[in-house]
Ligand binder design. Sequence first.
Ligand code: B1H
Length: 835
Amino acid sequence: AQGKTPACEDNEFRAYSHSEIARDAATIKNSVVMHLTTTFLRTPDSMDSGHAYLASAFSVRDRLLQRWNLTNEYHSNIGAKTIYYMSLEFLVGRTFDNALLALQLRDEYAGVLGDVGFRLEDIIDEERDAALGNGGLGRLAACYVDSMASSNYPGWGYGLRYRYGMFQQQIINGYQVEAPDCWLDSPNPWEFPRADVTYPVKFYGHLVRDPEVSYRYKWESNVVYDAMAFDMPVPGYGTENVGNIRLWSCKTNGLFDLNKFNAGDYQGATGGQVAAQILTDVLYPNDNTNEGKELRLRQEFLFCSATLQDIIARFKKTGKPMTQLPELAAIQLNDTHPTLGIPELMRILIDEEGLSWDEAWDTTTKTFAFTNHTVLPEAMEKWPVPMMDKILPRHMGIIYDINLFFLQSVEERFPKDRELLRNISIIEESNSQQVRMAYLACVGSHKVNGVAAIHSDIIKQTIFKDFVRIQGEDKFINKTNGVSPRRWVNECNPDMSRLITEAVGDRSWINDLTKLKVLESKVDDKEFRQSWWEAKQKNKARLAEYILATTGINVSPDALFDVQVKRIHEYKRQLMNILGVIYRYHRLKQMSAAERTKELHRVVVFAGKAAAGYWVAKQVIKLINSVAEVVNSDEEIGDVLKVVFIPDYSVTAAEYIIPASDISQHISTAGTEASGTSNMKFVLNGGIILGTVDGANIEIGEEVGEEQIFFFGCLAHEVDEFRHYLRFHQPKPDEALQAAFDMIQSNTFGDAHIFQPLIDAVLCGGDVYLLTVDFPSYVEAHKAVEAAYRQHDDWVTKSILSVSRMAKFSSDRAVQEYAEEIWNIEPAPVGKSTV
Ligand code: B1H
């Protein structure tokens, strides 16, 4: 019985719920001890660092939840329009340190923990990453929710609470081995279960047509799962606003079959629970590849249905007619994975709320907007019509109708253009028809955006070309990605942050990166330059320790740190990087010992996961590790060259690695990397980029200036022609690339036949990623980097100038642009700013 609750008349109750966050040591200590003893049944004497973490985290969480409540109460009282960011991935990482910084309680907790003999750094290290995402797309979602909270936009993320997140990567004998990520094995302070927020989600079943309205149906099915909400509070920095990520988990309660149990079928009795649990068990570990598995489709629908039901339930509390939904809600689709939200909203509006088709369609398209993140053909989501029809019969019908009305409207304007109709149809007429999810997302949204200028141009010329012609240029816009300065500077790089705060005069830059401009005036300040250099050196020393701890390899912080960390993918060309390393090794081996002493010392760092089923990517990991083994144990080479593969790349690993780079590589074949976001993080931390003219590298170059970035390689508009040529002509490696191939083929790094397929992909497979085309300029670019790094003073100048010009790449700027140009929503700060 959830009747309307009367407003609370007890003023003490209310006053307590609005009380300020306590900052004094006694109150903090009290709350930590309270959790230690009552939440975890420990005593101060039996407290280890794991429990010190949990008790402290729960005490911080109390404060967050209080603000969470006030934020939501306030936003609903003022009837604020809310943005709902739908994403199948949220790569959050750790929360404790981030929350302490946001609430400005870090020193206070450090003091309290110090009093009982713990170092805050060690306590922070007890937390496991929430790794509910693959890579850039999932991390972007986390940064955007962070920015919404910090910029006071009423905004929620919606996603799935996977029981197993991104797999853990072990390196055994040089090969990647996957282990499950059991992140929920220990208590998770950062989620709040809401048994009261649960929605039924149907699958399969059959349709009963409404006798009066031909397009209205009743969907009947016995296959119903319950999706239950878990809320993850997202603290805004320097504001009282707290955002939220609401994640759905499939409930197994009530699915135990007592009849089967009583009949002795013990296994059968739990079959329903198993079937339900599987739905939210595991994140699909593919980045930029669509696997097309039926379970994934069911995950997507569970997610979309629960989310839309929840958004509508909240809207209905306002008592407004459903057609006003777009005035209070904006929904952003993070790629096509949540596209079923479009037919699901149509179904609810037509079948359950009684709207006409036209009213429902108008409401839906005004509510949704869609972000495309990739142009790789293998990543395009398509679902076989028979599969969709079986699992979601009502939605398949709605998609057919959406397509019919859309094609009719096009036919009216472009009569008799059969080819055009075939090209833009949401249903692809292949053997077994397919639903093209990108087209459905596009047709059902009022705005479509790419994630960097070049990418937004490319999608207008390729996948959405005909849609631009039909629906107009204005619908297709660019929103260049951004990253959160909270996590990606202030949290991961405390020393550099301190310097920036000194230069700016206060911490306002953390919420306003345009303040970084003042660094430009510090570029000639000798003392400042020295401190800047020392901060980088300290970060490099910290990474050297991390490398030693995770790989056993000793590296010197005095070497140039050359870093490529990202998902392993052919288009990202880690293969080209390791071939460059092999060529470097080859040259070093040809030199005399005297010549070698003049060489710049270099540590080449790799990290990244390969999708479990991506064989070529896994062979690249093996090659990197095999090269590392030989080079690192070559006494002639010593510290001149070290090669490191750091296992199990994660958000937390990135927070160690990124601040320590001198040069980082973003070397995708031009036109393939939609944006990239680690490129922004590296430069924001004083590193320099070696990159292709691709994704956001281009805009970073525009901002920091050509002196501050090393570009090489062919351009996006040249790629098609090269590929075409290479399909019919034998690729010709230059001498350097040939030397690298020769070294592999003469078994220098172990049995050459393991690596032959990698070489064949270049020499016999058409060299799709254009290694033979770009290798010569790649080698030249490395020489330029080396020469520049030797000019120590100029390098520091480049580093400071770069950071001072990076304001554009804050996710705060990106979110503000979305808010103004897509969501039509304004900030609604709960209280006063606290920075
Ligand atoms: C990006 C993906 C992606 N683009 C399919 N596309 C997935 C596609 O599970 N799946 O099926 C998962 C992920 N991820 C990345 O998005 C781009 O490659 C980056 O260039 C970009 O910076 C990032 C954020 O926009």
